[in-house]
Design a binder for this molecule. Structure first.
Ligand SMILES: C[S@@+](CC[C@H](N)C(=O)[O-])C[C@H]1O[C@@H](n2cnc3c(N)ncnc32)[C@H](O)[C@@H]1O
Length: 244
C-alpha cells in the first residue's frame, strides 16, 4: 500500500477524534506553537490574495487564515472525512478533497500556498514542490511547516528523571513511524536541510525566510513539559519560499 493510501485511511478513520484533539487546549499546544510565527508571516502578505491551504485537515487553520482578509481562500486535504468536518463547520470556505501532488487546480491559480505539517508525509519532495510551483503565480509565496530535520533523528532517553537527547544518523531519507492518536499509526520521511533546500531550488523557489520556532508567548496555559521541550529542542521548521 502506498503512503498516500495509508495516510488517507488513518486520517479518515480518526477524523472526529483528530478534530476534537485540535480544538482541545492541550492538543493544540504544538499547533499554537507553530501558528504564532506562521500567522506573523501570513499576516504581512495575505490581504486581498487568493490563498490555498494545502493539507488543511478539518479546516481549523484555514478558518484562521480567512480572518487575514484574503480575497479568496480554498482548502484541500487528502482525507474526505476531514473535508466533510471542514465543510460542516466552516461553510463560508471552499474545501476539496484531493492529493496535494495532483491538485487539479489551474496553472498560476494562487498568490499564496500555505501548508501546515503535511510536507513530511512525502518521501520525495520534488513531485509536491513541482505541483505547488505549477499552481502558484510567479513571485507568489509557498509558506509551509514540517517536522524539523533534527526532530526524528533525535532519540529521547529517560535517565534518573531527566530526559537525554541523543543524535542518531542524519544523512538519509528513510521513513519513520509515529502515532498521532491511539490506534493512529502514521508514516513520515526524514529530510535533511540540504534535501529541502535543493528540492525547492530545483522547482523554482528561493527561501525568503526560515524559522525554527523555539519559544511560545501565549496567554493560554500549556503543559510545562511541552514548553520545556519546545524551548530547548527543535520540533518544527517553517519556510517561506518565493517562486521566481
Ligand atoms: C498533521 S495534519 C495537519 C492538518 C492542518 N494543516 C493543521 O495544521 O491543522 C496533516 C494533514 O495533511 C494531510 N495530507 C497528508 N498527505 C497529503 C496529500 N498527499 N495530499 C493532501 N493532504 C495530505 C492529511 O490528510 C492531514 O490532514
Amino acid at each position: 500500500m502506498t503512503n498516500t493510501k495509508i495516510t488517507k485511511e488513518a486520517y479518515d478513520k480518526k477524523s472526529e477524534e483528530y478534530h476534537k484533539k485540535l480544538i482541545s487546549s492541550d492538543g493544540s499546544f504544538w499547533n499554537n506553537f507553530l501558528e504564532i510565527p506562521m500567522r506573523k508571516i501570513l499576516k504581512e502578505i495575505s490581504k486581498n490574495k487568493k490563498i490555498l491551504d494545502l493539507g488543511c485537515g478539518s479546516g481549523i487553520r484555514t478558518k484562521k487564515l480567512f480572518s487575514l482578509n484574503p480575497r479568496k481562500i480554498v482548502g484541500l486535504d487528502l482525507s474526505p472525512e476531514l473535508i466533510k468536518i471542514a465543510k460542516n463547520n466552516f461553510s463560508e470556505i471552499e474545501f476539496h478533497s484531493g492529493d496535494a501532488k495532483k491538485t487539479g487546480f489551474k496553472n498560476s491559480e494562487f498568490d499564496i500556498i500555505n501548508s501546515d505539517l503535511m510536507v513530511h508525509y512525502f518521501k520525495s519532495l520534488n513531485p509536491l514542490f513541482k505541483e505547488v510551483g505549477r499552481i502558484l503565480k510567479p513571485k507568489g509565496y509557498f509558506v509551509f511547516s514540517m517536522h524539523h530535520p533534527i526532530y526524528e533523528v533525535t532519540k529521547r532517553e529517560k535517565e534518573k528523571n531527566k530526559t537525554k537527547y541523543l543524535l542518531e544518523p542524519y544523512f538519509h531519507n528513510e521513513l519513520y513511524k509515529w502515532k498521532m492518536l491511539e490506534g493512529m499509526e502514521l508514516i513520515s520521511y526524514h529530510h535533511t536541510f540540504e534535501d529541502i533546500f535543493s528540492s525547492l531550488k530545483q522547482n523554482g523557489f528561493v527561501i525568503d525566510e526560515l524559522i525554527e520556532p523555539h519559544a511560545i508567548n501565549s496567554k493560554k496555559k500549556f503543559d510545562k513539559k511541552h514548553i520545556e521541550r519546545a524551548t530547548k529542542y527543535p520540533s518544527f521548521l517553517i519556510i517561506k519560499a518565493k517562486k521566481l
